[in-house]
Design a protein around this ligand. Structure first.
Ligand code: FAD
Length: 511
């Protein structure tokens, strides 16, 4: 085994693998070192319930931000599939259960559903108008993500749409939402894109940044199902990197580094070391700081609870909608605008929200290939719950008790809209336990090193050079031999491969 490389990459998350594939394809000698036994980081799939053959996207589950260009450049045999429905939001009016059903492609049924909720066609018009502007902006911004960072003025001029720019880049997104929409339910659906992975109020600019990244993927902002699960992306990237000559070592944790004018030496936990002309860090920026021996700044808390389930059957909704429709897109529960704000303020004050806003996704309604033939034949489904506003700090004192409390409250929220409790639909293990896996932010930190369970490694930043930023690709650090190739880069966050691509380009093309 060699000790000297053109590039050493710390971390085999999907971004580390993207960087490895680009650099090795360009003829560079690349080593990827991964602390865990498995590669993939937050994009891993796993047989979460060992007795049942279902390969579940354990952490991340939907893809929007991963540019088609990277798939083509690297020749990845990887596909994403559109969901038939965008979202379903059950609600109760005068004691009657109903639901707002939004198709992926605008249609009469969607229009009618808005009218049933609000009593007039005005909200549907506002929706189309608002998202029309957002899509136009997304189309302009998306191609810049794989180029050197523009300045604020350059991006501002490129976007050119004063109104849309102000709404997203200059004011907290909550203001635009209140201005455009009348229904608290509709306002909440729009706002959730600003809160996934971000513990913020609607009136905090941080929510605007999160909102932006949820809308610009590939210029459409459509969130799709990864065919075969998230792990299929990891397998395709691994194949591309190994095929081009990269080496990948697992169970190889970096514990320190030393840089000089022409190389970086990385020290591993087993006492050995490797050397690269460049070091690319796929791990979070606070991990990088600790490798330098610095005391890392604590990143903001991750604030989500994630529950993976295997079901014998989909539960019925009280609203009467067919379960195969209600669960086909993103299911929003307890996510009206006031509920989201209250949950934020409760959690910020140190209390587990009584009403935990949740979103749910059923992979298998779009792609059954993650289930064995037997589970498919039985009609089983996987279901994922992503609960908001449950920051890591709420779990510090009593991790186990807080995890159970958060799960109880999240599932109770779902049950309120179902004919039968969700637990009664879950597959059982031989010992009678339910196929349900609950992950708090602290669990996620322990398992895949996301600091404080923060799914983006740190706070997201707008896709231009911020005041204190370093010009380049958004991946540079103060050390010219060290680059960030993970979520912590500018334009990082989410399953995007963008920081991996951009770190490779910073080496191959320079600024
Ligand atoms: C529960 C959850 C749900 C999510 N849902 C979605 C979603 O649906 N869609 C979406 O787009 N995004 C989602 N995200 C966010 C997204 O998954 C991440 O932002 C993204 O995958 C990060 O990728 P990465 O390659 O930059 O880093 P990571 O996946 O964090 O990989 C970093 C790698 O570095 C390794 N490492 C760390 N320290 C060391 C060390 N000292 N030495 C060696 N290796 C080290 C880690 O083990 C890890 O494998 C979700 C995240 C979570 C946790």
């Amino acid at each position: 085994m060699s000790k000297n490389y053109d590039a050493v990459i710390i971390g085999a998350g999907h971004n580390g693998l993207v960087a490895a594939a680009y650099l090795s394809k360009a003829g560079k000698k690349v080593l990827v070192i991964e602390a865990s036994q498995e590669i993939g980081g937050a994009t891993a799939s796993a047989k979460v319930f060992p007795e049942h053959d279902a390969k579940i996207s354990r952490y991340s589950y939907l893809i929007s931000l991963f540019p088609d260009k990277i798939i083509q450049d690297l020749g990845l045999g990887f596909e994403t599939i559109s969901r038939s429905l965008s979202s379903y939001t059950p609600y109760v009016r005068n004691g009657i259960h109903k639901g707002l059903c939004i198709s992926r492609q605008w249609d009469h049924a969607t229009e009618d559903s808005f009218v049933q909720l609000t009593g007039s066609p005005r909200e549907a018009r506002a929706w189309r108008n608002f998202y029309g502007k957002m899509e136009a902006m997304a189309k302009k911004i998306a191609p810049t993500l794989l180029e050197p960072l523009p300045s604020r003025t350059e991006l501002r001029n490129l976007v050119g749409m004063d109104d849309a720019w102000r709404m997203v880049f200059e004011r907290p997104i909550g203001e635009a939402i209140l201005q455009h929409f009348e229904s608290d339910i509709v306002r909440g659906i729009v706002l959730t894109d600003g809160l996934i992975g971000t513990h913020a109020s609607a009136f905090d600019l941080q929510a605007s940044k999160c909102f932006l990244y949820h809308l610009i993927g590939n210029g459409t902002g459509e969130w799709k199902i990864p065919k075969g699960g998230m792990g299929a992306l990891v397998t395709a990237l691994q194949r591309a990197a190994l095929g081009a000559g990269a080496e990948i070592r697992t169970s190889a944790k970096a514990v320190g580094l030393h840089t000089s004018a022409d190389k970086v030496e990385v020290h591993l936990e087993d006492g050995t070391s490797v050397t690269g002309k460049y070091l690319l860090c796929n791990a979070a920026p606070n991990v990088l700081a600790s490798l330098y021996g610095k005391t890392p700044a604590t990143p903001p808390d991750g604030a989500q609870i994630k529950i993976n389930m295997l079901l014998e059957r989909l539960p019925r909704f009280r609203s009467g909608i067919d379960s195969k429709t209600g669960f086909a897109g993103t299911l929003h529960i307890q996510e009206s605008f006031p509920e989201l704000e209250k949950a934020y303020h409760d959690s910020k004050a140190g209390n587990m929200p009584d009403t935990i806003p949740i979103e749910m996704y059923c992979h298998t309604l779009t792609d059954v290939s993650i289930l064995s033939r037997e589970l498919q034949y039985r009609g089983c489904h996987t279901l994922t719950l992503f609960g908001l506003h449950t920051p890591a700090s709420l779990f510090d004192k009593d991790p186990e008790g807080a995890r159970q409390l958060a799960a109880e409250r999240a599932l109770a929220g779902l049950d309120a809209y179902l004919e039968e409790p969700i637990r009664s639909c879950m597959t059982q293990n031989a010992d009678g336990s339910l196929c349900m896996e609950i992950k708090s932010p602290l669990d996620i930190e322990a398992e895949i090193s996301l600091p404080r369970g923060n799914i983006f490694h740190k706070n997201l930043t707008f896709p231009f050079i911020e005041e204190s930023g370093i010009p380049g690709w958004g991946v540079e650090t103060e050390d010219p031999r060290v680059l960030i190739c993970g979520s912590g880069a500018v334009r990082g966050g989410g399953v995007s491969g963008i920081p991996g691509h951009n770190a490779a380009m910073a080496i191959l093309k320079g600024n």
